[in-house]
Write a protein that binds this ligand. Structure first.
Ligand SMILES: C[S@@+](CC[C@H](N)C(=O)[O-])C[C@H]1O[C@@H](n2cnc3c(N)ncnc32)[C@H](O)[C@@H]1O
Length: 226
């Protein structure tokens, strides 16, 4: 079911870490984990498209009792995640799902935490309009959404530099992974449409990367009878 469209990331998986290091050094690694400490203790988490599992490993270490479901459409990426966590003391807390996240049904299980790092930028605006609501709906009321991704810096030399990086990356990923999106979607604009409250936000790498922690407001609304 998944195979016809996951060749790209399967092909890229073995070199992903090296490519990341060459292009960004430690910056993506730092960005992935920068707000992890701000996430309260969670019993359950859904991690979307975690690739070779760098954030998954950090999450498992910081949330020792959390049951984590890691979904990725690339079989090879999931193998790398399993290899990375082979000796991790909390490895049994992870369930791996080889699945296209676009088939996720938001009315299924609810999680305390949903994590999307460098994942939402794989999708077009139309795809996000269709599927992001399901991913956000996977949050229980009052749950947390942890988002890390690229963004277009707002102005000046940072913007020019950012656009250059983003153009190069999009062309590379389109060539390697057959992803349909041609440009970065403005995620702030899109996430602002959800019932989410921004708790923490951090811009990094000259504003090219942002990390954000949101809280799902549904609980507060239902408690207030709104
Ligand atoms: C750009 S990589 C990011 C990996 C990782 N989160 C990181 O921080 O480096 C995108 C990941 O999302 C996965 N992915 C892309 N589209 C997907 C989809 N529709 N369903 C599930 N996983 C998907 C890819 O296989 C890949 O592992």
């Amino acid at each position: 079911m998944v195979n016809h469209f996951c060749h790209g990331y399967d092909r890229l998986a073995n070199h992903y870490h090296l490519l990341e290091k060459m292009m960004f050094g430690e910056r993506l690694k730092d960005a992935r984990t920068v707000l992890l400490d701000a996430i309260p203790t969670c019993e359950s988490a859904l991690v979307l498209g975690d690739g070779n599992g760098q954030l998954l490993e950090a999450l498992l270490t910081s949330q020792t009792t959390c049951q984590i479901t890691s979904v990725d459409q690339s079989e090879r990426m999931l193998e790398l995640q399993q290899k990375r966590l082979a000796d991790h003391p909390s490895r049994k807390n992870v369930t791996w799902l080889h699945r296209d996240a676009k088939t996720w049904n938001g009315s299924d299980q609810k999680f305390d935490l949903v994590v999307a790092a460098f994942f939402l930028d794989c999708f077009t605006r139309q795809e996000l309009a269709a599927h992001l609501p399901d991913w956000i709906n996977a949050l229980r009321p009052g749950g947390h959404f942890y988002f890390v991704d690229f963004q277009e810096p707002e102005r000046g030399w940072k913007r020019l530099r950012g656009k250059l990086y983003l153009t190069l990356m999009h062309q590379f990923f389109r060539w390697q992974t057959d992803l349909p999106n041609r440009r970065l979607v403005n995620m702030t604009e899109i996430l602002d449409q959800f019932d989410l409250h921004l708790l923490r936000s951090k811009n990094m790498h000259h504003d090219l990367i942002c990390a954000r922690l949101y809280r799902n407001l549904a609980e507060d609304r239902s408690r207030d009878g709104q």
